[in-house]
Ligand binder design. Structure first.
Ligand code: BGC
Length: 269
C-alpha cells in the first residue's frame, strides 16, 4: 500500500471520478497527499460530493466538467487544471461506459459511444498529459518519474464477453495502447500502467450484484468469493503511481479475486 502522503504535492487528474472506481481512486490519491481534479460528465452536484468528501478530511480537490471523448473539452480541462494546480504529475484514465447489445443488433451509435469514451478518451487525455510531462520533466522532490499514467482496463482486456463486443474491444485496445505508449515514453521517465479490475461493486454492474440471486451467480466467476470494492482499486492505483512502484511500466495488474483464472476449470476439463 502507498505509504501515507507518498504523493504529497503532486497533482492528479482522475477521469470519471464522481462515482464508482474513479471515486475510489480519487479518494485514495487525495489521502496520499495528491491534489486531485475530479473530472465528470454527469451533474456537477454529484462531483461536488466527492470534492466535499475529500476536503472534509483535509485533502485538496476540484471538479471539472468535460466529455473526454471531445478534443476541445479535453484541452480546456487541462488548461483549467494548470490554472488551478500549475501542472500535472498523475493521470488516471478511468472514465468508461457500457452500452450492451447482442452483436447482430448493435448500432453504430452504441459502438462509437463506447469506443469514443473508453478508448479515444484515454488517447486524448494521455496525449495532453504527456505534453506537460515532457515539457516539465522530473521534479525530484515530488517523484522519480516525470509523470505517471494509469489506464483503467478490465478483466475483459483478456476475457471475451458475449453481448459486450464494444466494451471488450475497447479494453483490448487499451492494453495495446498502454503498452505502446509505455515503450515510447519510458525514455522520458514517464510510466504507463494498466489496472484490470474484475467485478467491482459500482453502478456500472448493479444488475450483477443487487439481488442475492444475481450476486450468487456472479460469485461463481470469482474464486476468492467476494465482489471487489472501489477502495481495493483505489489503494492499488495510489501505490502504482507512487515511487514505491517506480520500476513498473507497460503492464496490466489484474485485481479480480481470481476471475482471470478460468474458474470453470476448477472442476472441469
Ligand atoms: C465490467 C463489469 C463487470 C466486470 C467483470 C467490468 O469491466 O464493467 O460490468 O462486472 O468487468 O465481468
Amino acid at each position: 500500500m502507498a505509504s501515507s502522503q507518498s504523493l504529497k504535492g503532486q497533482s492528479a487528474l482522475v477521469t470519471g471520478a464522481d462515482s464508482g472506481i474513479g471515486k475510489g481512486v480519487a479518494l485514495a490519491l487525495a489521502s496520499a497527499g495528491a491534489h486531485v481534479v475530479i473530472n465528470h460528465v454527469d451533474a456537477h452536484e454529484i462531483a461536488q460530493q466527492t470534492v466535499e468528501e475529500i476536503t472534509a478530511t483535509g485533502g485538496i480537490a476540484y471538479a471539472i466538467h468535460a466529455d473526454i471523448s471531445k478534443e476541445d473539452e479535453v484541452k480546456a480541462m487541462f488548461a483549467e487544471m494548470y490554472q488551478q494546480y500549475g501542472t500535472i504529475d498523475i493521470l488516471v484514465n478511468n472514465a468508461g461506459i457500457q452500452k450492451d447489445s447482442k452483436f447482430v443488433d448493435m448500432t453504430l451509435d452504441q459502438w462509437n459511444l463506447v469506443i469514443g469514451i473508453n478508448l479515444t478518451g484515454q488517447f486524448l487525455c494521455s496525449r495532453e498529459a504527456t505534453k506537460e510531462f515532457i515539457r516539465r520533466g522530473v521534479v525530484p522532490e515530488r517523484s522519480k518519474a516525470a509523470g505517471k499514467i494509469i489506464c483503467m482496463s478490465s478483466v475483459h482486456e483478456v476475457i471475451p464477453w458475449a453481448g459486450h463486443v464494444n466494451y471488450a474491444t475497447s479494453k483490448g485496445g487499451i492494453s495495446m495502447f498502454m503498452k505502446t505508449i509505455a515503450q515510447e515514453l519510458a525514455p522520458h521517465k514517464i510510466r504507463v500502467v494498466g489496472i484490470g479490475p474484475g467485478a467491482i461493486q459500482t453502478p456500472i454492474n448493479k444488475g450483477a450484484w443487487d439481488t442475492p440471486e444475481a450476486l450468487a451467480k456472479l460469485l461463481t466467476l470469482i474464486p476468492y468469493n467476494r465482489i471487489g470494492e472501489p477502495e481495493d482499486i483505489g489503494k492499488l492505483a495510489a501505490w502504482l503511481v507512487s515511487d514505491e512502484a517506480d520500476y513498473i511500466t507497460g503492464t496490466t495488474i489484474f485485481m479480480d479475486g481470481g476471475m482471470t483464472l478460468y474458474p470453470g476449470f476448477a472442476d472441469n476439463g
